[in-house]
Design a protein around this ligand. Structure first.
Ligand code: GCU
Length: 836
């Protein structure tokens, strides 16, 4: 019987589908090569047998992990084995009580752990229970990577706050989430089944995350109903064995329905919050705290009553203080109705305007949570100057793991290099070293609190985030929150080994794709610090640069016919450069000193201005878009080279996404280049922009049951025009003669795949049907939907190696469905080696 229970996990490990649900905790079998891995003991002693204890969890995890990875018969005990071979896991205190002192434990801080590994004994000790579990996960990770280190290894987290902010709505949707529905809420209530919450907590704990705010910052007061507070208790119970504490986002106006006011200085309001807070703590005695988005994007806040943001934050701080909770108060406060005509208006100044004068006025258990840049998770931003401006206030950095503005997990972007650039940025506050990573840990300004808030958008999809590759971002987020000095590539390679195994080609290829992914995305989206150039008024997914200017949102490009960029200089512009400490201000305020990659963030310059690279701004745009899109094409080939080296399930899943990305990168490339060519009328020196010799425009074909359709934004259609069926029930055809020389071509069709409709297409060349496909991307991709022909729905499908004779008839038949009128933009006949 015992044999069965211990061998079972091995069998499960082999048989389970690679659907991503186990993330990087797959515990895949490893053939031990290292001496140390062979020596892993077969007895686990977990120094706490209470089931909700993270130490108990650590024992179970070690048993499951070791038996699965090393195919060993492993047993867990609660005591004993001081002299025989064992893995002992527990807190320092429990270990001391059972076995005596361990000198190295003196180096441990909150949540820290040590692993003392000798040939026959492994001691894993945590400063607290959670730390012991972290140590167990680290040890298992070493075994799974076949890289167990002997001797003593001590690790302490650099920051106390290492949370995720889940933007889950009560109705079960997830704001900016691309991996399915909420794991926590459905139809207005906390879900009945909290298994998935526990599985998520397990993943997060394995990378050192210690808190999860379960509901959206755009919070709903119904979270505080009796039924939901009870539900929060169940969620917290599910996560507690993993040492993950629950936090909640609050709607500032929650008391309004009962009291008719939410004035933070009204004693009635104060008492209301104290009462509801006490009720939550009854169900969740270890609640981490509250997260508050106030006076931002329509959310209520203290400014309604002419109270300061600190007055608002401190009201919550008073409520949680007796319970040891903290308040994460977001610095994402700005006016979204600022005046475009005013040259000195600047949303990027808002954080300082709203928070600098409040420095020192927040209660000690308040942490001001600051997005990495002054605007909103763009592909590149200057770091927020607020980090350097608050010396008497604890701060945390907010990072978006869900790439809202970076391809929504339908493009793959490994984000750790972007985050590292911000974390390593030295703001030189008071002319002293002031790296952002040292400010948010509390070290630089000697603050008691601080850390990280990551927004993952994890949903019910088995892949959690909607894409297997995107999980490297969640993994890296946890690792950096623990230790920001780790290298992006080192973190990545650990994740690759855990996720895909040991094949060197797999390691090299995924490393290369990942490390080139941010530059590629920046290349084909927004360059030189101009922001992502996506549609900021709609889905934040595809290209639409015009959406950024001429409105009150303040994500401006100030792109004209001759010049572009935000003038944030002190003398002539918005003064934003002067928000930085003097040594940094001097660089950003000077157009010649500002690095090229932030030039348009800080300066308004002619398209003809020469960069440090000696290219003009406009030529840089054109070249970067071609280079970025070329990288995206190469990622497909690289991924294809892994066929047979990765399980079919994950190989096919990612191949589909890389192929989609490659096609959509061309949409981005052409849209942005067309847009700026049309504004500036400056030719591409390489004559590529607007020149597409391999294309047949759909609107130039003979149309039957189809008509021309002028697309908006214009730049998101080749030749600004596409075709749509004249009826929404009857098929149309577009016919032409192949004008190209006879030969073998990759034939690409660019079309629009709208949300709410699955058109069917057939492509005939000569007398053969080359392909039939459906416009059903909305069922396969998880990005924000669009119902229009635009940069979000524009997509490409490619049929490789098609033999074609000059003069052949090429015909596309489109059967509309729902609101989707089988839209087609163009066909490309691509000779070998050409992409267009
Ligand atoms: C972005 C995002 C919103 C989100 C907001 C926030 O603007 O698009 O969905 O609510 O950030 O961080 O509060």
């Amino acid at each position: 019987m015992r044999l069965l229970t211990t061998i079972l996990p091995v069998w499960i490990g082999l048989a389970l589908a690679e659907d991503g649900s186990r993330g990087w905790l797959r515990y895949a079998p490893v053939r031990p090569t290292g001496h140390n891995t062979l020596d892993v003991p077969s007895t686990i002693v977990a120094l706490n047998s209470t089931k909700i204890s993270p130490v108990f969890t650590a024992g179970q995890e070690l048993r499951n992990g070791i038996s699965s990875i090393l195919a060993k018969n492993v047993q867990v005990r609660a005591d004993g084995c001081s002299n025989s071979s064992a893995v002992i896991v527990g807190t320092v205190d429990a270990y001391r009580a059972a076995y005596g002192d361990v000198k190295e434990a003196e180096a441990l801080e909150d949540d820290g752990y040590l692993i003392h590994s000798t040939p026959d004994k492994v001691i894993i000790l945590g400063c607290n229970e959670r730390g012991a579990l972290y140590g167990a996960f680290e040890y298992l990770s070493q075994i799974a990577r076949n890289n167990v280190t002997s001797g003593v290894h001590v690790s302490n987290p650099q920051a106390p706050i290492r949370w995720t902010n889940e933007w889950d709505n009560m109705d079960g949707t997830i704001e900016r989430g691309y991996g399915g529905a909420s794991n926590f809420f459905r139809d207005g209530y906390v879900v009945d089944n909290v298994t998935r919450a526990a599985e998520y907590a397990r993943l997060l704990a394995s990378v050192g995350i210690n808190g999860v705010v379960v509901n959206n910052v755009n919070a709903n007061a119904t979270l505080l109903s009796d039924r939901n507070v009870e539900g929060l208790g169940r969620l917290a119970d599910a996560m507690r064995p993993y040492g993950v504490q629950l936090g909640v986002s609050l709607n500032f106006a929650s008391p309004n329905a009962t009291l008719g006011t939410f004035d933070p200085l009204d004693p009635k309001v104060d008492a209301w919050w104290a009462n509801i807070t006490n009720q939550i703590y009854k169900k969740v005695p270890d609640m981490a705290g509250f997260l508050v988005k106030a006076n931002s994007e329509g959310q209520p806040g203290p400014l309604t009553y002419n109270r300061t943001l600190a007055d608002g934050a401190n009201m919550f701080a008073r409520a949680v203080a007796p319970h040891g909770g903290v308040v994460m108060f977001r610095a994402f406060v700005y006016d979204n109705h600022i005046t475009y005509a005013n040259w000195t208006s600047d949303r990027a100044n808002a954080q300082l305007e709203f928070f600098q004068h409040l420095d020192g006025k927040f209660d000690e258990n308040v942490v001001v949570q600051i997005k990495y840049g002054p605007i909103d998770f763009q592909v590149r931003e200057a770091p927020s100057p607020l980090f350097a401006a608050l010396h008497n206030t604890s701060t945390a950095i907010e990072l978006q793991v869900t790439p809202e503005y970076l391809g929504q997990n339908c493009h793959f972007v490994y984000l750790a290099p972007l985050w590292k650039e911000i974390l390593d940025f030295d703001l030189r506050a008071e002319s002293r070293p002031s790296k952002i990573k040292d400010i948010i840990t509390g070290e630089r300004f000697k603050r008691p609190l601080g850390g990280y808030a990551g927004v993952p958008g994890a949903g019910t999809n088995t892949t959690w985030l909607g894409s297997h590759m995107a999980m490297s971002n969640l993994y890296a987020y946890g690792k950096l929150a623990w230790d920001a000095s780790l290298g992006s590539e080192d973190i990545l390679q650990d994740w690759i080994r855990l996720t895909f195994g040991f094949d060197q080609k797999v390691l090299d290829t995924i490393t290369d794709i990942s490390m080139r992914s941010w530059p590629a995305y920046e290349g084909y989206s927004g360059n030189l610090g101009v922001q992502t150039l996506t549609d900021i008024l709609y889905t934040h997914f595809g290209p639409n640069p015009a959406s950024q200017d001429n409105n009150g949102w303040g994500q401006w490009l100030r792109a004209g016919n001759v010049t572009i960029g935000m003038d944030r200089t002190i003398e002539n512009g918005t003064g934003n450069a002067g928000n930085y400490p003097p040594e940094i201000a001097e660089i950003f305020n000077d157009v010649d000193k500002t690095p090229d990659n932030l030039l348009l963030w800080f300066h308004h310059v002619p398209y003809t201005r020469r960069l440090k690279s000696n290219k003009t701004v406009i030529q840089h745009f054109y070249d970067a878009h071609y280079e970025g899109a070329a990288s995206a094409q190469s990622f497909v080939k690289q991924w294809e080279s892994l066929e047979g080296k990765i399980d079919k399930e994950r190989y096919e899943h990612q191949l589909f996404r890389q192929t989609y990305q490659a096609g959509h990168s061309l949409v981005w490339r052409d849209s942005i280049n067309e847009y700026f060519y049309n504004l500036s009328r400056i030719e591409d020196e390489s004559n590529r922009v607007g020149n597409h010799p391999y294309r047949i425009e759909a609107e130039s074909m003979d149309l039957d049951g189809y008509k021309s359709y002028v697309v908006n934004p214009f730049e998101t259609a080749s030749g600004f025009t596409a075709i749509v069926t004249t009826s929404n029930t009857t098929a149309g055809t577009a016919t032409s003669k192949v004008p190209f020389e006879s030969g073998t071509y990759d034939v690409a069709v660019n079309y629009y795949d709208l949300f709410n409709g699955t058109s069917t297409y057939t492509l005939d060349i000569g007398n053969r049907t080359v392909a039939t496909w459906k416009g059903d991307n909305e069922k396969k991709l998880g990005h924000e939907p669009s119902r229009y022909l635009d940069g979000h729905t524009a997509t490409r499908i490619t049929f490789k190696g098609i033999k074609v004779s000059k003069g052949d008839t090429v015909r596309i038949t489109g059967q509309p469905n729902g609101i989707e009128p089988a839209p087609i933009d163009y066909l490309s006949f691509l000779p070998p080696g050409i992409v267009d």
